[in-house]
Design a protein around this ligand. Structure first.
Ligand code: PMP
Length: 317
């Protein structure tokens, strides 16, 4: 997805050529990864002839929360977020690409170091957009990483900050070296947390289980959606509780969910096949979720999809 350099980027309120959006090598964002970010999908809906951004409001709420928890000066952060709120739709329109996009709204510290009051640091913001290409494969082979999810007393998993995401580099390399697609991280209590980009669900005896937020996972927007779909549309009970490592291998089914992963069944963990290979629950959630995102099923709620309608030409009403 990141192979091709996009031509345009939204930067501090303007749509500019990609190469113009730069920071200094010694800036706080370059030195310590001081950027809070979101990953948002804008689905191209052919039947409607426009994109629809998935849970745009919730993503910006979480971005605001990440900035607040890291004490980015609030008024400055808010003015950037307010511009991103409307800017994304204009940007998606300007790109004029009739395909699914992945948007990265990001707020970063450009000048200054540890300031937290208005004026002590200067913030910058951007929204990068990448065509996602086709949906990721329906199944994924995982390992359990030897590395742990960063615990709340260091950098909280609730904060989506670039610096914390460097902690997924070694698990991802570990997965690749083992010939797998993804690494599941345990937390520092040795129970299951999540992957670097998705929540983990198991299904056992018709009940879905996922770790609670207190077990060191991001408050994933897809996780919330999937819990809702399982309970209300598929009539499958969901329990949020700690999951010991060994339970991963004894599940009837397991799947990942996240904005980029959407919903993907786990075929194996540490080379042990999961269940009998039947993936009824994972597939049912996946089909329903994708149908809603692509506009062929009614969305779950009014917030789910923000349409990016073509601009009304000036002079018309
Ligand atoms: N966990 C982590 C660590 C993530 O970065 C992501 C992606 N944002 C997720 C889970 C899934 O979250 P969401 O459903 O909000 O995309």
């Amino acid at each position: 997805m990141y192979e091709k350099t996009p031509e345009l980027i939204w930067w501090n309120g303007e749509i500019v050529p990609w190469q113009e959006a730069t920071v200094h090598v010694t800036s706080e964002v370059a030195m310590r990864g001081a950027n809070v970010f979101e990953g948002v999908r804008a689905y191209w809906q052919p039947s409607n002839g426009h994109h629809a951004m998935l849970y745009w409001d919730r993503h910006l709420d979480r971005l605001r929360q990440s900035a607040r928890l890291l004490r980015f000066p609030a008024a400055d952060a808010e003015s950037h977020i307010a511009r991103m709120y409307d800017g994304a739709a204009s940007f998606v329109r300007a790109l004029n690409q009739q395909e699914d996009l992945y948007l990265r709204p990001t707020l970063y510290i450009d000048e200054g170091r540890y300031g937290w009051k208005q004026g002590q640091v200067r913030l910058g913001s951007y929204i990068a957009a990448y065509p996602t290409g086709p949906s990721p494969s329906e199944t994924v082979a995982c390992i359990v990483s030897s590395w742990r999810r960063t615990p709340d007393p260091s950098i909280s998993p609730l904060i989506k900050v670039g610096a914390a995401y460097l902690a997924f580099r070694l698990p991802r390399i570990e997965a690749q070296q083992a010939g797998a697609d993804e690494a599941i991280l345990l937390n520092t209590n040795d129970t299951v947390a999540e992957t670097g980009g998705a929540a983990v669900f198991l299904v056992r005896d018709g009940v879905a289980v996922t770790p609670p937020l207190a077990d060191g996972v991001l408050d994933s927007i897809t996780r919330r959606t999937v819990i809702h779909l399982l309970r209300s549309s598929l009539d499958i009970p969901v329990i949020e509780r700690s999951i010991p490592r060994t339970e991963l291998y004894t599940a009837d089914e397991a799947f990942l969910c996240g904005t980029l992963d959407e919903v993907r069944s786990i075929s194996s963990i540490d080379d042990l096949p999961i269940g009998s290979g039947q993936r009824l629950v994972g597939q049912a959630v996946r089909n329903l979720y994708l149908a809603m995102c692509s506009g062929t099923e009614e969305p779950l709620d009014a917030q789910m999809l923000t349409p990016v309608k073509p601009a009304v030409p000036s002079g018309t009403s």
